[in-house]
Design a protein around this ligand. Structure first.
Ligand code: ADP
Ligand code: MG
Length: 701
């Protein structure tokens, strides 16, 4: 029998085809069940009103009651804002909107009494509420609900079509009244009992209509646990299967390649962390299990060397190896590193990128097939069907987050028996996120920089200190150092950003005139060759200053560059700032990162800047980023192409629940690896079904 919860949302009373279409497109709600899983993102305590004079920026979401005394649209066309002054008998506060300005302006009426909900926020010295929800006081009073009021996320488009948080709540009420949804349990009875959880049916109801805080918390706990539990179950079950069905290639020995490299060519001592990681890798590849390891190490921690030594182990066992990088510049740099490190050792290696000439490409294809080419480094070009190996034993992927997970899988297929896979990333990933995205991989960490590196000194200046910054730059240049100046580039306002960049370039040219100084510029609108030429000029020290957009973010290793100036630093995310800072501090000299911002910073931006100033620890920064933003916004996940969206759990805040869920999964799989036991049948069923409403895990791993 068809599951009534799978009914098309358009059949719900009050929806119809037009609204259904909007719900589909804007919120990905297609069925009754999807609606049930559209969880409130917050609850408002309806039991109290705040006075405007009582408000401070530490308060959570609050409600206030008052009148709009003025309404004004300000700012240039591409940056319009709507500002309403809102007063009660104790004071006035600003309500601000950046999106949907025109239509919100139309719906609001001056001098009418409203109830406003929002989070107080400090902007400069002024308190305001950004994008508050407003409701006419008269209508507000007609509602019966008291206590905890669920708030649902909507979009500007939905609101424009009168699908507000309140409408969504009404639809859910209708669903319960007309359908009495029969929600089937998804966790085994023994687990629900052991954890003392409410049933799924109860939890879903309570999360929309909590009778009190305690009930709400229990419901949320169960739903969060469940969400994280199934992600872990899926990932770890796949790992169990993989280990059961695939054997790993055995690299049983260490031979001449590695030994002579280690003895004759290694220009420095390995750090203790590098040694440990190489040991971990050797243990894996010798074990008969397939190596599936994530290697995390901050920028400059020396991952390339670990990659190279691992590849030499493959060669020692008569296998080929490849090293894949996300950009041409990076791949080329890897190739140069191989040249430098391997010197005259009898190793055959090549570079394959999109711009490799046809004749050379054909030569590469041929020598890969006959086995004479031992190491191939390159870009996505390595993934093409025509690239066939004789005996591929090890695949190393640098900067995983630039590659889709599906691409990782394509490399697997380049050998009959899957090769060992080492994934390297310099974007430190918080443990909780790593467990979720790469929960099937073993993790190694290089948590130590090569000796003699001085941590980058980071300072924050506002625009008024620009002359001082220029003075400092001149001094550094006089000492032979080079400087990066980075401008943000955010796609939506591309025109403006280029103007910023061009203005910046112009004023730098004036402050640093030729012939004493020369300045490079690199940005996304240049052709690849032009970029390359500019990068090269900088690399060869023909220019002292490189003005750039974030295109240099991941990539180049220029140890002589010692200053990174980041303009409008408040517009960058934390992990991006950290990546950029990692471009300097790669040589033995003291390096500097200068964060330039305007005077007026909001709370979030202030927090980001102060985190950057206070620590250089990538993991600490990643954790802070996760707390500030949530995983969907984290760089690594956006670029991975993984539709990473948790419905209710938050990896920054719910790490305890995650750890507990993972532990529970491990216990279950240890006892019943294939989920054959009848008591676990329900789990197997859920996995096969792919959970509705939670996570699109088919794409993961
Ligand atoms: P990343 O981890 O960012 O890829 P790299 O592998 O590019 O770092 O290494 C950064 C720099 O540090 C390189 O110039 C490399 O030669 C150097 N390096 C790597 N390991 C050591 C070491 N053990 N001692 C000194 N320098 C090292
Ligand atoms: Mg690297």
């Amino acid at each position: 029998m068809a599951d009534p919860l799978q009914t098309d949302i358009k059949f719900l009373t009050g929806v119809g085809p037009k609204r259904a279409d909007l719900l589909n497109r804007e919120l990905n709600i297609h069925t009754f069940e999807d609606l049930l899983y559209h969880f409130p993102y917050r609850y408002i305590d309806r039991s109290r009103f705040y006075k405007i004079s009582e408000i401070n920026s530490q308060l959570p979401y609050i409600q206030i009651r008052g009148r709009i005394i003025s309404l004004e649209v300000t700012g240039p066309r591409y940056k319009k804002r709507l500002v309403a002054k809102f007063s009660d008998d104790t004071g006035t506060i600003e309500l601000v909107w950046f999106q949907g300005v025109s239509w919100i302006r139309e719906t609001l009426k001056k001098d009418r009494e409203y109830v406003a909900f929002g989070k107080p926020n400090l902007h400069g010295r002024q308190l305001n509420l950004v994008h508050p929800e407003l409701e006419e006081a008269e209508k507000y009073e007609k509602q019966l609900s008291s206590g905890l009021q669920a708030m649902y996320s909507t979009t500007e488009k939905l609101k424009k079509n009168y699908l507000t948080s309140r409408t969504i709540q009404k639809l859910i009420t209708t669903l319960y009244q007309t359908q009495k949804p029969a929600v089937k349990e998804t966790l085994p009875g023994y687990l629900v009992e052991k954890l003392n959880f409410p049933s799924l049916s109860k939890a879903l109801f309570a999360v929309h209509f909590p009778s009190d805080l305690k009930e709400l918390e229990r419901a949320r706990l169960r739903l969060k646990f469940e969400e994280l539990f199934f992600i872990q179950l899926n990932i770890l079950k796949q790992k169990v299967n993989r280990e059961k069905y695939f054997q790993g290639l055995v690299f049983s020995k260490v031979g001449d390649y590695l030994n002579s490299f280690y003895r004759d060519r290694l220009p420095f001592e390995l750090t203790a962390a590098q040694k440990r990681v190489i040991r971990e890798i050797r243990k894996d590849v010798g074990s008969g299990r397939q190596l599936n390891r994530l290697l995390q190490g901050d920028v400059g921690s020396g991952k390339t060397l670990v990659a190279l030594m691992s590849m030499l182990i493959a060669l020692d066992n008569s296998y080929q190896a490849c090293l894949m990088a996300p950009t041409e510049i990076l791949a080329t740099q890897h190739f140069a590193t191989l040249q430098k490190m391997l010197g005259d050792m009898p190793v055959k290696y090549s570079l394959l990128t999109g711009s490799t000439k046809k004749a050379e490409r054909e030569q590469i294809h041929k020598s890969l097939l006959d086995g004479s080419l031992q190491i191939l480094t390159g870009t996505h070009a390595l993934l093409e069907e025509t690239v066939q190996f004789q005996n591929l034993g090890l695949v190393i992927i640098d900067e995983q987050h630039r590659f889709g997970v599906a691409q990782r899988a394509r490399l697997w297929k380049k050998n009959i028996q899957p090769p060992h896979v080492l994934v390297m990333t310099a974007t430190p990933i918080p443990r909780t996120l790593a467990m979720t995205l790469y929960g099937d991989l073993d993790v190694s960490v290089i948590d130590e920089l090569p000796p003699g590196r001085k941590p980058v000194k980071t300072v924050h200046y506002t625009d008024s200190k620009r002359l001082r910054v220029h003075g400092f730059m001149r001094k550094q240049i006089a000492e032979g150092r080079q400087i990066y100046i980075v401008y943000p580039l955010i796609r939506e306002s591309e025109k403006m950003d280029y103007k910023d960049l061009e203005d910046g370039y112009f004023s730098i040219k004036q402050a640093f005139p030729s012939p004493d100084y020369s300045v490079s510029i690199v940005h996304g609108r240049l052709k690849a060759e032009e970029k390359e030429i500019e990068m090269k000029r900088f690399l060869e020290r023909k220019t002292q200053i490189m003005v750039a957009t974030t295109v240099i973010e991941v990539g180049v290793d220029i140890p002589n560059a010692s200053v990174m100036v980041i303009e409008s630093a408040e517009r960058f995310g934390l992990s991006q700032l950290h990546q950029l800072r990692g471009r300097v501090g790669r040589g033995a000299d003291q390096s500097y990162c200068i964060l330039m911002t305007s005077n007026r910073l909001n709370d979030d931006a202030r927090q980001r800047i102060s985190t950057m100033v206070s620590t250089t620890d990538g993991f600490e920064i990643a954790e802070a980023d996760l707390k500030l933003r949530g995983p969907g916004d984290l760089e690594g996940t956006q670029q991975s192409g993984v539709p990473f969206e948790l419905k209710i759990a938050h990896l920054g805040k719910d790490s305890q629940i995650l750890h507990y869920a993972r532990k529970t999964v491990i216990e279950i799989l240890e006892e019943d690896p294939l989920l054959d036991h009848p008591k676990n049948a329900i789990l197997d069923e859920q996995l096969k079904k792919g959970s509705k409403g939670t996570f699109n895990w088919g794409v993961i791993s």
